[in-house]
Ligand binder design. Structure first.
Ligand code: ZN
Length: 356
């Protein structure tokens, strides 16, 4: 994804100048950086070593996951990365990632609730076959509601990063693991309100030959999977049943601080804040955030309420993007505590959207 910062930051800087210029009573203006300074990071209290349970693989991968723990999501992230460390389109790792996801949902495959939405994407470096993987958890009686909540994460890694050891632990892997964990939970606790569909979308990242450059991102060369399925669902009438399209992206970092993202629908941002409060995780939310281009965009453009749950900052105090799209995006940057917060917040969000 890409943050759309320049206009907003410039506007804030200009506004500050405007507000302070000629106002004699104003206190000295704080120096305003061109881009927002890294948020002070509130580190969640680390569990003591004794409180951090050794991960029991049988528990973590048990088909009947009864509740979601951060350790479960971390274990699934590890397993996903072991099976498919590099997942760029067209690679064996990409096929391994698809297989890993499909294998997690054998009961849904058997029921016909697993859909492989394959399509050909015409990219600047030629056509590629891409696969959105969709898992449907229908609303259960007696509280059946007509409507769908879609929860999405991209699972591939960047093609332009294919020649370096980029695994996207935070960028694609941990949120795919989060969706898998939520799916296992929904298998045992079928939705009591709206149906919930999990969308493992493909082709979120820009497609270009290496080396990676930020300017490879453009409207026409990103979000291939979500643009494809938004158009498809618009054509077949599915779109009008979607009550909310939720995206999870880059929310596994130890120093998690979820943005109040500027392209998301305000009532869903409000529900996110309430879900964080309900579950005791408000410290993981930032008060502000800038608009970001991400998988919610094709749905927002078609009038669907959208929410991008994302923490764009991912780096060091001196370089807030130091780990983003680099070899440093590895599993040691993640924490079970952050993934626990994500799982709790998303399950509560589903409930809050149902109640709305
Ligand atoms: Zn990325």
């Amino acid at each position: 994804m890409k943050r759309l910062h320049s206009n907003v930051a410039l506007f804030s800087a200009a506004l500050l100048l405007l507000l302070t210029a000629g106002c004699k009573a104003a206190p000295p203006a704080p120096s305003e950086p061109a881009q927002p300074a890294p948020q002070p990071v509130v580190v969640a209290p680390e569990p003591t070593p004794a409180a951090a349970p050794a991960i029991d693989p049988a528990q973590a991968s048990a088909p009947g996951l009864d509740h979601i723990t951060g350790a479960d999501v971390m274990k699934l992230t590890e397993q996903f990365l072991a099976a498919a460390p590099k997942r760029y389109i067209g690679s064996p790792g990409h096929a391994a990632a698809e297989k890993f996801i499909r294998d997690q949902f054998a009961p849904e495959v058997a029921r016909g609730n697993f859909v492989d939405d394959s399509f050909t994407a015409n990219t600047p470096i030629g056509p590629f076959t891409m696969h959105n993987l969709l898992v449907k958890f229908p609303s259960s009686t007696p509280v059946k509601k007509d409507g769908i909540i879609v929860f999405a994460s991209h699972y591939e890694t960047n093609y332009p990063l294919k020649d370096i050891n980029f695994v996207g632990a935070n960028d694609g892997a941990c949120t795919s693991a989060l969706l898998i964990a939520i799916g296992k939970y929904l298998r045992n606790h079928p939705p009591q309100g709206y149906s919930v569909w999990l969308l493992f979308d493909d082709g979120e990242e820009a497609v270009a030959n290496p080396p990676y450059r930020q300017d490879q991102w453009s409207d026409a060369n990103t979000l291939y999977g979500t643009r494809h399925i938004a158009a498809k669902w618009s054509g077949d009438g599915t779109l009008e049943h979607i009550k909310a399209f939720l995206v999870a992206d880059m929310i596994g970092w130890k120093e998690l601080k979820i943005d109040r993202e500027g392209n998301s629908t305000p009532w869903l941002e409000d529900l996110l804040a309430r879900a964080a409060s309900d579950t005791g995780h408000s410290r993981y939310l930032a008060a502000t955030g800038l608009p970001i281009d991400d998988d919610h965009k094709p749905f927002k453009q078609r009038g669907v309420p959208v929410l991008d749950v994302i923490d764009y900052e991912y780096g060091t105090p001196t370089d807030s993007e130091a780990f983003h799209h680099t070899e440093k995006d590895t599993i040691d940057k993640l924490s079970a505590a952050s993934l626990q917060a994500d799982a709790d917040i998303f399950l509560d969000l589903i409930k809050l959207i149902d109640q709305r």
